[in-house]
Each structure stands twice: as structure tokens, then as C-alpha cells.
Design a protein around this ligand. Structure first.
Ligand code: NAG
Ligand code: NAG
Ligand code: NAG
Length: 549
């Protein structure tokens, strides 16, 4: 299945096997383009890892907070020996020497010309062009030898056509907001039209100081050449965090040839600036790491896979990870979606709280689009991470773009079954047939996502999107972790089993607004969990108590 937004642009030469039908003549010159292929070999014991994750993440369990080491996780995720032997032997027969692309050794990677990939997988790799100009090399079908079917879980690239969602739109504002520094806990009235760190500190009770433990890292994902600008961060802090040094900054980490150039200043990414300004600007002194993933593989799926393997390779991974990029779930094969989701399971087991923006298309997916049935987003439908929706206003209501719904790939996890059943009963037959009543439901929580003020290219302006909400919620978790670590306790790790039990009453339930899309009114926020705002927005004081501080 591939995205409607793609059309076959030009066909690469099919050098072997089948004569090329007249109607299929290549429109491009034959090419020896080299493909970097990744193959995931069947893992040892994913069910065992899931149990281990739930044990360390469920309050009240004897193992709560006892996150797994790198080696412990890899004992579950390493390839099965017989599978690795079978796959390696097959590659060797084809003169291919693969190297390991993940710390557990389950992902193998090798470079081959397209012609060779076509032969190996009986595939027809073709250049597909997206309506926005982006090109991907994919094949509509492929096969692997029958006796390897049980040993290979995923081949990439193959028939996954996902492209990461685009950055939010920047709307310049005349002058910076007056709500710049907090003198009382009252929410400044300007927060109704422009949201600044002071607004969020007042609304959610976010503290302005903390101890800043070095083992407590808040990581921010950066993709598709979105660069976080230091000078813009300084302008932002100068205006909105007069109580901290305007030189407060982030640490850069790169992979896949990623970078973070600072000049020209106009190169700064709106998404990256937003994500960095609402983590450094809210969670400081918690150390913030900006992880810039190179643009080698422009679809984003490779970047998503590589960044999680990058963290899994660390002896001390970040305690919180926020990502404001995502895909439409139908654009991923279920094998690729499962593979990425299992990687989040691994990282959660290591003790990382993983937060993702839920998407900005309401029930129509990551961006607004036409549809007849609701389009869930990925990875929000993965049960092993926390999906963050958006709200607006001082008395919060759902932001109308806040994506939410039900996965068609992942079944509903037990931690949310009661909350979601209550919602479905209250919903009755509304939207019946347009969504999957048995799927993992999202978002889990929400935070402000409209008219959020940032600095970009030496100007001030506002942005909208769940891209705002995820770093804001992540900052709250990072500050809680800071206090927990200072008190000699474990960081929170995978949040959902906590959020749906003891955490729920520490969130402010949002009970109005909706997320229209697909020519419907979408879902409506209501008392309790709903697929627009989840369980609600943070209340720091109550969360402190709920986590045992
Ligand atoms: C993991 O880290 C080690 C040492 O830091 C490095 O040599 C290795 O290539 C990394 N592995 C992966 C899969 O990134
Ligand atoms: C990926 O990017 C790095 C750094 O820019 C470059 O050295 C490498 O050749 C690139 N790989 C591919 C496959 O384009
Ligand atoms: C609905 O979700 C379940 C997982 O809960 C999945 O197995 C099933 O295929 C989905 N149905 C459709 C029509 O996508």
C-alpha cells in the first residue's frame, strides 16, 4: 500500500529476470544507484521484553523503577542464533557482507546496486516522486526465500512510503509579548492570545529552578535539516527567562552525517527552534541534548530507526526524549511499524520517557487531508510511548487540529482499557465504522499548542501544533525526574502505566473542544480520557505528589 501522494516518477532499469513490458519502459536512464538496505532478523524474545517493560513501569510492581541495562535489553532483542545464521548464509551465497546496524545486532545493513537488490528480493525498485517533490526509491512488492520467512522480520527500503510531517507555520508578531516574567502565580491575561514560558509556568505550576542533575538528560530529536539556532535561543531567553542566564544552551549530538549550522541565521528550523526553546526555556537547568539526524535518507524512517538505535547504544540513555515528527500510520507496513514500536519498547525499558506529538490533522492524520475513514498517526499508535495532543486557552479546551484516534496496527494495551472503554460507551454510535474500536487509542495527555511564541531568524512570532505540546510536556517530566534523581529515586521511564492509574488525577481533565477531519466533527473532548486531549494537561504540584515526592 502506498500513499496517494506518490506517483511513480521514473523507473530504474530492471536488469535481470523479467523482460520489461512495453508499457513499462524506463523513463529514466538505467542506473546503478546504490541502495543502503537494512534487514531485521527475528529477535530473541520480544514478549519477554514487553513483560519486563511493564514490570519496571507499573507503579506498585516490585520491580517498578528498576530499569534494564543495555545488556539486559539486548538479551531480549538480539537476533535468534539460528535466524542470524540462516540470513548470513543466504547473504553470503549472494556475495553480500552485511554489517550490524543496531547495538543488539538484530538489524543488518549492506549497500547494493538497485539491480542487485531487485535480484535478491525479486523486487522492482522504482523512483517514486511525492507531490511535494521528494523522491523515494521503493518497490511495491518483494519476496524473500520461503525458508527465511521466519527469520526476517523487515526489509527496508521496500514498500513503506512514509514521509515525516512538515514543520509548523511561523506567524511573525509585531512586538514580543508582555508576559515575560513571572511575579505571581496568576496566569497573565495575555496568555489567552500568546503563550510564553511564563504562561506555562503559571498554568501548570512548572517550577523555575531545579538541581540539574547531569544524569538527567532531556533529548530533542531533529530531522529533515531542521537546525536549532543558538542566537535565536539567546533572544528567546533574554525576553522570556530573565531569571536565568541568556547563555543557557543545549548540547549537540549528531548521527547519519547530521549537523547544526548556525549561519546564515535564516537557516534555523522553525520546528527545531520551537523544540529547543520550549525545552531549554522550561526545563533548565536540566541538560538538553539536541540530536540532529542527517538527511541521507530523506523519508525519515531510516532516521527514526537510527536515532533509537543510537540511544540504545548508550550506557546511560536520555531520561526523556521528545519528538515532534510523525507519519500517517497507513503509510508504514505493519512490519516496519512493529519494528520501530519494539525499539521504543526497548528504550522505555532502559528508563527513557518517550514523548511524541500526536499530529496536526485532527482525525485526518498528521496533516489535514481528505479522507473517508479516520487516519491514525504513527508512532502515536505504538503502545510503548506517550502521545501528546494540543489544547488552547487559559481555561483549556482542545485545539481543533489535535490528532487523536485509534491504531489499526496496534491492539489496545491493558493499561488504557478501562479509560478507553468508558469513552467508547459514552461515545455510542458516533463515527461508527470510521475508526477501529479495538486499537491502541491516543493521545495519552496534552499541553498548550496554539499561539506559542518563539524566536526565529531574529524575529518573534507564534506557531501552532502538537509540536509545541510535546516539548512542553517533556519538560515537565524532565523536571520531575530531576527531583526524583536528587531524592535518590529512579526516573519515571515509560509513563503510561503511571499516567492511567495514579497519574490520572494529577492531570487537569480537558472536557471541551473537538478534532474535526474527514468531513466529520471528529471526536469531542469529555470528562475522563478522550481521543483529542487524552487524560489532560499537567499539574506539577499534583504530579510531584503522585510520583512520590
Ligand atoms: C555503538 O557504540 C560503539 C562504541 O561507542 C560503536 O563502536 C558502535 O559502532 C556503535 N554501534 C552502533 C550499532 O551504533
Ligand atoms: C551520508 O552523509 C554523510 C555525511 O554527509 C556522507 O559522508 C555519506 O556519504 C552519506 N551517505 C550516503 C549513502 O549518501
Ligand atoms: C483493528 O485493529 C486491530 C488491532 O487492535 C487489527 O488487528 C485489525 O486489523 C484492525 N482492523 C482494521 C480494519 O484495520
Amino acid at each position: 500500500m502506498f500513499s496517494r501522494a506518490f506517483v511513480a516518477a521514473c523507473l530504474l532499469a530492471v536488469a535481470y529476470a523479467k523482460p520489461i513490458a512495453r508499457s513499462m519502459q524506463p523513463r529514466c536512464r538505467p542506473t546503478d544507484t546504490v541502495l543502503t538496505v537494512k534487514v531485521q532478523v527475528a529477535q530473541n524474545d520480544i514478549a519477554g521484553l514487553e513483560k519486563a517493560l511493564m514490570d519496571v513501569s507499573t507503579p506498585g510492581n516490585a520491580l517498578y523503577g528498576q530499569h534494564l541495562t543495555k545488556e539486559e535489553v539486548e538479551s531480549y532483542t538480539a537476533p535468534k542464533a539460528e535466524s542470524l545464521d540462516a540470513v548470513t548464509a543466504w547473504l553470503k551465497e549472494n556475495d553480500i557482507e552485511a554489517s550490524s546496524a543496531s547495538p543488539a545486532g538484530d538489524w543488518l545493513t549492506f549497500d547494493v546496486p538497485v539491480s542487485k537488490a531487485n535480484e535478491l528480493f525479486d523486487a522492482d525498485y522504482t523512483v517514486f516522486k511525492h507531490t511535494d517533490g521528494q523522491e523515494l526509491i521503493r518497490t511495491l512488492s518483494y519476496s524473500i526465500p520461503k525458508d527465511l520467512a521466519a527469520h526476517i522480520d523487515v526489509v527496508h527500503p521496500s514498500n513503506t512510503f512514509a514521509v515525516a510531517s512538515r514543520a509548523p507555520v511561523f506567524k511573525a508578531v509585531q512586538a514580543q509579548s508582555s508576559a515575560s516574567n513571572l511575579t505571581s502565580r496568576a496566569v497573565p491575561s495575555s496568555c489567552a492570545s500568546t503563550v510564553t514560558p511564563a504562561c506555562l509556568q503559571a498554568m501548570y505550576g512548572i517550577p523555575t529552578t531545579s538541581s540539574g542533575k547531569s544524569t538527567n538528560v532531556l533529548a530533542v530529536s531533529g530531522f529533515i535539516d531542521q537546525w536549532a539556532n543558538q542566537a535565536d535561543l539567546k533572544s528567546f531567553l533574554t525576553s522570556f527567562r530573565k531569571d536565568i542566564s541568556s547563555s543557557t544552551t543545549f548540547t549537540l549530538q549528531t548521527l547519519d552525517g547530521g549537523s547544526n549550522p548556525q549561519t546564515p541565521r535564516s537557516n534555523a528550523g522553525i520546528e527545531a527552534n520551537l523544540d529547543i526553546q520550549y525545552t531549554v526555556g522550561l526545563a533548565s537547568p536540566v541538560p538538553v541534548h539536541f540530536v540532529s539526524v542527517g538527511d541521507n535518507n530523506s523519508d525519515g524512517i531510516d532516521g527514526f530507526l537510527d536515532i533509537v538505535n543510537f540511544f540504545l547504544n548508550m550506557s546511560t540513555p536520555p531520561t526523556v526524549l521528545t519528538t515532534s515528527y510523525g507519519f500517517n500510520e497507513p503509510d508504514l507496513t505493519s512490519s516496519m511499524a512493529n519494528s520501530l514500536c519494539n525499539a521504543y519498547m526497548s528504550l522505555g525499558a532502559r528508563g527513557t520517557s518517550i514523548l511524541f506529538a500526536s499530529g496536526d490533522g485532527g482525525v485526518s492524520g498528521s496533516q489535514s487531508q481528505s479522507c473517508t475513514t479516520f487516519i491514525p498517526t504513527f508512532p502515536s499508535g505504538c503502545p510503548f510511548l506517550t502521545s501528546v495532543g494540543a489544547t488552547t486557552g487559559i481555561t483549556e479546551t482542545a485545539a481543533d487540529f489535535s490528532s487523536g484516534g485509534f491504531s489499526n496496527i496496534f491492539a489496545r494495551p491493558s493499561y488504557q482499557s478501562s479509560a478507553v472503554s468508558t469513552f467508547l460507551t459514552a461515545l455510542g454510535s458516533t463515527n461508527s465504522g470510521k475508526f477501529n474500536t479495538t486499537g491502541r487509542a491516543f493521545p495519552d495527555v496534552s499541553a498548550q499548542g496554539e499561539n506559542v511564541e518563539i524566536a526565529w531568524d531574529a524575529q518573534f512570532g507564534t506557531v501552532d501544533g502538537t509540536s509545541c505540546s510535546s516539548p512542553i510536556f517533556a519538560s515537565v517530566i524532565a523536571l520531575l525526574n530531576d527531583e526524583l534523581i536528587a531524592a535518590g529515586k529512579s526516573p519515571l521511564g515509560f509513563l503510561n502505566p503511571f499516567l492511567y492509574t495514579t497519574g490520572a488525577s494529577a492531570l487537569t481533565d480537558v472536557t471541551s473542544g473537538s478534532n474535526p477531519g474527514c468531513n466529520t466533527n471528529g471526536f469531542t473532548a469529555r470528562a475522563g480520557w478522550d481521543p483529542v486531549t487524552g487524560l489532560g494537561t499537567p499539574n506539577y504540584a499534583k504530579l510531584r505528589t503522585a510520583v512520590g515526592l
